[in-house]
Design a protein around this ligand. Structure first.
Ligand SMILES: Nc1nc2c(ncn2[C@@H]2O[C@H](COP(=O)(O)OP(=O)(O)OP(=O)(O)O)[C@@H](O)[C@H]2O)c(=O)[nH]1
Length: 679
């Protein structure tokens, strides 16, 4: 008998087959201001997503249900209030109430609130309580707002991509990537050990409708003791009315060959040990075990209610945590990289409740992997765990990584030395550190694996959950971007140093501007050509910033030519100290113009950097009495390209110059990015 709140689902409606959905994340914009609508759409269009816009509150519920929205941008301007003077707390309460209503209709939709009315930057408590995923105030400025929107979207897309390798695919890949022992008893032991650590609620069912093995997570989910489900009939887990779909699937494997049978994906209700019904989505994938056909059955809990709140809040914090680090890595100087990576590993291990997290890097010849970074709760691990692992390219474990697939490892005890060549030796090491299991996600660049991130579980009682795999893949993405960026920065740094070395001190004059002691136009031309070549080879972005001091003629007239010279020196020093990334290159372009090369930054990133620069100089408040603002300001023209043509140096400069002209034309003290639009 199914008891409790889910009874009403036992009407047959729950067993309907799920409709096919596109894998593109779906985004709904609930915003009345067309300018903000446009800003959001501009970021969404850059991602692999589908978006919808509504202007009317009545359409909200309908859209959420019909389109299975993954992410909702909800503006506080959407809340109807009697007049504009309404108390901010009343507005907040109304917003929280609306979010709670949305969560009832569409529990899985992530909600990001956009506030045009409040300048508060942290997430208001009542909205967090109601279940939002993030909160952006437009007061943070347009560029930072766009960057925040973009990183949320990137994470959403990464998550949806991670989902594709989740669950069944992962189980199948994990099982097939291991070389099975020959003897049947050994085979069963092997499957048992492997399946028990797999995340999600997994059951292996044979054609006689019997459970071969249930994993630990599934036992916990259904409230059964250790191995208590093994050998039981699967029908005992379903109410009779809802068993038909499972039963039909199992009959198929006795009648057809496995490749003729499709996977099954349907909703049903399972009965726990205590007799309670829990709505689940069932995924059935036909598979061969010990030479016999059967099914891998995964049960995904779909109890959509406020019960999910704790995990929702945890998920929200995780996303926030990754976002923060992703933003920090963008402008991080190379010498701070190790410190921040270690911080990321430690905080991530705490989040995940794991005892050890580490990054291994392959050497250039791919013959060995070396431990690059590690955080461990138990310092003893550092001594015992191998820092250098020999790589056997044919090893099954390495094959998984080389194909960019995540890997689940369980310890291998009592191994003979010669067997080690069949794997990376990682499983043996797990045994030596007494780990329960490890999740390993490859790090790759241009489809080449160069290392991996791994999490160990050493403490008993913690089991992998479905979200864990997704979370680790998202973390690996952030680490990957950071490592690749660091590599490029280092390469550039050495190129610049080499240039200086080659030309030596004797030609310092030829390369440095005598007044400001920063690179001169000639040096700039050389570096620009090198960076264009690199961006073309690496298919990466390159941005150029042309900065011009506003009303500098008047400055000279007011403070004299010497005063003008000192001012140029001050601006040059400010520019040099502001662009800290090793790749950034600042030069005097001529007269009162400076130029900055920003490799790897796209238009958005470059715009942010340029505007930060403009503001910094404005805030320095250098007196300029004959300027309308009474202080020194600069105007900046910007252009950005991806994978430029080798001969495009003059074109890039010309475009930056045109953008600079527009910045001046529009009133100075501003940044203008080059577009094809006429003035
Ligand atoms: N002190 C000093 N002045 C320089 C140097 N090189 C160029 N200048 C001066 O910079 C001034 C540039 O003036 P303009 O090109 O008219 O531009 P502006 O007055 O800044 O006007 P906008 O660019 O439209 O804001 C000229 O007066 C140049 O003499 C230099 O090395 N030292």
């Amino acid at each position: 008998m199914i008891a409790g709140k889910n009874n009403k689902k036992d009407s047959g409606a729950a067993s309907k087959a799920s409709s096919k959905r596109s894998l593109k994340p779906k985004i709904l914009i609930a915003e009345k201001d067309t300018a903000i609508q446009g800003l959001l759409a501009s970021q969404i269009n850059l991602q692999y997503c589908e978006s919808f816009t509504i202007n009317d509150g009545d359409e909200l519920t309908q859209q959420l249900i019909i389109n299975h929205i993954d992410l909702l941008f909800l503006s506080d301007s959407f809340i109807e209030v009697a007049n504009n003077d309404v108390h901010p707390q009343t507005l907040m309460n109304k917003l929280a109430a609306l979010i709670k209503r949305i969560k009832i209709v569409s529990a899985d939709t992530r909600i990001i609130v956009i506030s045009s009315k409040s300048s508060q930057n942290s997430i208001p408590g009542e909205l967090m309580e109601a279940g939002i995923s993030d909160y952006f105030s437009l007061a943070i400025g347009e560029q930072r707002f766009l960057a925040a929107v973009s990183s949320s979207l990137e994470l959403l897309v990464a998550k949806s991509q991670a989902k594709r390798t989740e669950g069944q695919n992962f189980i199948e890949q994990t099982l097939s990537s291991y070389k099975r022992p020959r003897r049947k008893t050994q085979n069963n032991q092997f499957i048992n050990r492997l399946i028990r650590n797999i995340p999600g609620n997994v059951l292996l069912v044979d054609k006689a409708h019997k459970i071969i093995v249930a994993n630990t997570s599934c036992e916990q989910f259904l409230g059964y003791g250790k191995k208590a489900l093994n050998g039981q009939f699967i029908k005992d887990l379903f109410s009779p009315k809802l068993y038909s779909e499972v039963s039909a699937g199992l009959s198929e494997v006795t009648l057809h060959s496995l490749d003729q049978i499709n996977e099954k994906d349907f909703e049903s209700i399972v009965i726990t040990y205590k007799g309670e019904g829990v709505p689940v989505r069932c995924f059935m994938r036909p598979m061969q075990f010990s030479g016999q056909p059967g099914y891998v059955l995964t049960l995904q809990d779909i109890t959509h209610s406020l019960d999910d709140k704790a995990s929702h809040v945890a998920q929200l914090k995780w996303q926030h945590h990754l976002n923060e680090f992703a933003k920090r890595f963008i402008s991080l100087p190379v010498n701070e990289f190790s410190k921040v990576i270690k911080e990321l590993l430690q905080t991530s291990a705490h989040f995940m409740g794991c005892e050890r997290v580490y990054i291994y890097r392959l050497d250039n010849a791919r013959r060995a992997a070396t431990l690059s970074y590690e955080w461990s709760a138990d310092k003893e691990t550092l001594k015992t765990f191998s820092r250098n692992i020999p790589i056997y390219p044919d090893a099954s474990e390495f094959q998984s990584l080389a194909e960019c697939r995540p890997l689940l490892l369980t310890p291998k005890y009592n191994v003979k030395i010669k067997q080690i060549t069949e794997n990376l030796g990682l499983s043996e090491h797990l045994a030596t550190v007494d780990a329960e299991s490890s999740f390993i996600v490859p790090l790759s660049h241009k489809s080449q694996v160069y290392g991996w991130v791994g999490f160990d579980i050493q403490r008993t009682g913690r089991h992998w959950q479905n979200e864990d795999m997704q979370n680790i893949e998202e973390l690996a993405k952030v680490i990957n971007q950071a490592i690749v960026r660091k590599k490029y920065e280092e390469m550039r740094q050495s190129t610049h140093l080499k240039l200086i070395e080659t030309h030596g001190k004797l030609s310092e004059q030829a390369y440095l501007d005598s007044l400001t002691k920063i690179a001169n136009r000639r040096y700039f031309d050389q570096v620009l050509r090198t960076e264009i070549g690199r961006a073309a080879r690496e298919n990466s972005h390159l941005s150029i910033m042309l900065c011009d001091i506003d009303n500098f003629k008047d400055y000279n007239d007011t403070y004299g030519h010497l005063g003008g010279d000192q001012c140029l020196q001050k601006v040059a020093r400010t520019l040099e100290s502001s662009f800290q990334r090793a790749a950034d290159f600042v030069a005097r372009f001529g007269g009162e113009e400076f130029v900055v090369i920003l490799p790897g930054l796209d238009m958005r990133g470059a715009f942010e950097a340029a505007d930060r620069m403009r503001r910094l100089l404005y805030e320095m408040n250098i007196p300029h009495t004959s300027s309308p603002l009474g202080r020194l300001t600069i105007s900046i023209g910007l252009t950005s390209v991806k994978s430029p043509a080798p001969e495009s140096a003059s074109e890039l400069i010309e475009k930056s110059d045109r953008a600079l002209y527009r910045a001046k034309y529009r009133g100075k003290n501003r940044v203008y990015a080059y577009t094809k639009k006429p003035l």
